[in-house]
Design a protein. Structure first.
Length: 131
């Protein structure tokens, strides 16, 4: 840490992996930011959720692509001392901040939903991930 870089949390310490950069023209990015703002999401959260939706679609149409990708990723993860991951964990967004929105039992969730309607993002994620 001689460069004075701030300490990263464990899931961010993958030094060999460059950060995800969502590039787009100014119009695209502006619209992504505005949609994200309506859903109370940062542009990064919006990008992560979009990737999750894409992975879900790939898993339905070309499941072997995802299976091979997870297999290769696990080889690399294990070499770096990280635990392996399953296709299911990837598809349900395990470990992503967006999945921490509701951590209740299904009864708690039903009650919560009656008392306070879901934000559009939560409805979308639940629909996409088939929860």
């Amino acid at each position: 840490n001689s460069m004075g870089r701030p300490a990263l949390s464990d899931h961010e310490k993958m030094d060999s992996i460059s950060p995800l950069r969502v590039r787009g023209n100014p119009a695209q990015r502006r619209v992504w930011q505005e949609v994200g703002a309506e859903l109370q999401m940062t542009e990064t959260a919006f990008a992560r959720t979009s990737l999750l939706i894409l992975l879900k679609a790939i898993s339905q149409h070309e499941p072997q692509i995802l299976a091979r990708a997870v297999k290769r990723a696990n080889r690399s993860l294990l070499e770096q001392g990280y635990p392996p991951v399953t296709v299911e964990e990837i598809l349900d967004g395990s470990g992503l901040p967006e999945r921490g929105l509701l951590q209740f039992t299904s009864e708690d969730e039903a009650t919560y939903n009656e008392e306070r309607p879901l934000r559009p993002l939560q409805k979308l994620i639940k629909f996409i991930l088939g929860r």
